[in-house]
Structure formats: C-alpha cells, structure tokens
Design a protein around this ligand. Structure first.
Ligand code: AHM
Ligand code: MG
Length: 343
C-alpha cells in the first residue's frame, strides 16, 4: 500500500488514507495539511532559538495556569490559532496559552466542523537549553450545530471521542506523529526538501516496558503507592530486584516519544513540585488525552491511577490529571500498586 511505504510524504499518505473512508470529505486532509504546515513553521523558529533574542527567553506574562510564558510559547500559540482558524474548517481552539477558547470569526466558523485542543509548545522550560520540545494536538467534532457559536462545552468530550491526535516533536529531527484511529504513523521532516516522510508505520509499543520516567525531585511528596511503584522500577522491591532504565527529559512529548519507541512508562502523579496533593501537573485536554489515544493505538495504555484517561469526562478546559502512560504491563502495575498501598 503506497500510503504506508516508508518515505511516503505526509500529504500523499493522508490523501491515500482518506480514500479508504467513503464519508471523508477532504476537510480532514486540509486540516491535517495545515497542522503539518504549523509544525514546519514552529520547527523553523525552534531551530533558530539561540540565534535571536526575539525567540528565546521569557515573555514577561503568565498563562492561565500561573506559569511564566516563554516567547516561543506565545509564538507557537499564535501560529496555530491564526492559521487553523482561517481554514474555515476549525470553529475554535482551546490552547494552554489562552484562558478562554479562541473562536474563528463569523465567516470562518460558518461551515467549521472541527475543534482543536493544543499545547502549542510543550516542555517550555527546555526551550532555552536546547533540549527537545513539541506541539501536541487533539482534533474533535463540535457538538453545537453549525450556525451557532461553539462554546467551552464543545470541548468537554471524552478522549475516546477524538477524531485524531498527534504531536510534532522538535528533537534531533522534527517528527510529526499522528493517529486517526487506524494505527500510529510517524513522519520525519527532511529539512532539505521541506517534506515530512514516513519513517515509522503502524508503530507498536512493547507490552512490557524497560524504562520509567518520572521527576524524582518530587519524591518527598509521593504517597505510599507511588513510592512503592518507583522502588519496584528501581529493582528495590520485594517483587522485583531488576532495575529498569530511568530516563526523564522534562518534556512530556519527548519522554513519551522515547518510551513509545523503546517501551516503558511515563508518570506524573498527583503531587507537584510544591507538594500539593491535587491533580498533578499535566492537562487532560491537550496533553493527556491526545497522547492517550496515540498510546492506545500503539497497543499501550494510560490511566490517572484508576480510570482510563480516554474515559474521563472533562469538566474544565484546563483541567489537570495525574498521568500514567506507556506499556500495558507497567501502567496496570501502577494501578495495582496505587490500589494496594493507598487503601
Ligand atoms: P508545559 O506544558 O508548561 O511545558 O509543562 C508541562 C511539562 C511537561 O512537558 C513535562 O513532562 C513536565 O511539565 C515537567 O514538569 P516538572 O518540571 O515538574 O517535572
Ligand atoms: Mg505541556
């Protein structure tokens, strides 16, 4: 099948794949082409970070989460919002960098069936130190009928309702990874020709992992279940004396991509750096949910410690959620440990 041949361009792959769905109208293809273009533009900024002070450093503003915004966070947000809302296909975008949803104007929203949730630049603390960062996106159909204004409620759908999800990783190369529910595909950007070429087709994660990824600096705030789980991964537990490999980049999208290829589990439990036992740090709509769909399609699993991430009904667009994601065995083990040690 041409669409799945290594080296196929992303646009060719999307066009060919869409032919298999009689209900496809070409709109999905156009949205995807625009997402891919956004990735190329953001990638070109990321590659120039360090050369010009207009790109690196803090913006001097904070986002809705109270986090300081980096200049590139805001640049990436603007690229995404401006380009996608002008397609006439995307009614609104919910972004980590905007308190409220951003809507398309009247003309562009008239026939716009899709809504997008995004973290335009994940791993912002790594921008200025030349470490991998990425864009995460989730594509859904609006609930509000065409002709009416979309609202926050349109975004509060379970992850299992996603039409497609993906990320663009700006690492040693730029990789566009996506799923539309029919396998996971990765396209590597060849900068010499400006095209994404298929590099990993129908990616699968191993059932059993070899790596664990967690910010161990938060250890003093962990509960008993989390503590025992990490002892297990370190081979320091009655049930396991063989250590896993520990790897933590601090950019979810980069840690996720590595574990997807090499197997393992990423965890960001309830406790954050300040020790607050709330809902962890990561956001449900534009971090956990899209990656959960990709992980499921790759044969892995994701949980908040109890529930499947894809089955959680969001109540807020910026809602946080504890995240355990990766190889099936390790995510199930996490659930089991949290249940067993935190009665
Ligand atoms: P961001 O979206 O503001 O960049 O924050 C999310 C990031 C994740 O990419 C990463 O896994 C996590 O925060 C790291 O947090 P910590 O420094 O607390 O380990
Ligand atoms: Mg993020």
């Amino acid at each position: 099948m041409v669409a799945e041949k290594i080296g196929t361009t992303l646009s060719q792959h999307i066009i060919e794949t869409q032919k298999d769905f009689p209900q496809a109208s070409g709109r999905f293809t156009r949205v995807f082409n625009e997402l891919a273009t956004c990735g190329k533009i953001i990638s070109s900024y990321v590659r120039r970070a360090g050369i010009t002070a207009e790109i690196t450093g803090k913006k001097g503003s904070v986002n809705v989460q109270g986090e300081e915004q980096a200049k590139l966070d805001v640049i990436a947000h603007n690229i995404f919002v401006n380009r996608l809302l002008e397609t006439g296909l995307v009614a609104a975008i919910s972004s980590e960098e905007s308190d409220e949803i951003v809507e398309a104007d009247e003309e562009n929203s008239r026939n716009a069936n899709y809504i997008i949730s995004t973290d335009p630049l994940d791993g912002s603390s790594n921008i200025d130190v030349n470490v991998s960062i990425g864009t995460i996106f989730s594509l859904m159909k609006r609930k509000t009928p065409l002709g009416e204004r979309v609202s926050k409620e349109d975004f509060l759908q379970k992850g299992s309702e996603q039409i497609a999800a993906g990320y663009i990783l700006y690492g040693s190369s730029t990789i566009f990874t996506y799923t539309s529910g029919h396998g996971v595909f990765c396209f590597t950007l060849d900068p010499t020709i400006g095209e994404y070429l298929l590099s990993h087709s129908r990616l699968k994660i191993a059932e059993e992992g070899t790596t664990y990824s967690v910010n161990e600096g938060n250890r003093k705030f962990w509960n008993k279940g989390e503590e025992e789980l990490v002892c297990y991964f370190q081979g320091n537990h009655a049930e396991n004396d063989k250590p896993y490999t520990g790897r933590y980049i601090g950019s979810l999208v980069a840690d996720f991509h590595r574990n997807l290829l090499k197997s393992g589990i990423y965890l960001y439990p309830k406790a954050t750096k300040d020790g607050k036992q709330d809902n962890g740090k990561l956001r449900l709509l534009y971090e956990a949910m899209p990656l959960a769909l990709i992980m499921k399609e790759a044969g892995g699993f994701s949980s908040d410690g109890e529930k499947d991430i894809l089955e959680i009904v969001p109540t807020e667009i910026h809602q946080r959620v504890p995240l355990f994601i990766g190889s099936k065995r390790e995510v199930n083990l996490a659930k089991e440990f949290l249940h067993k040690y935190n009665p």
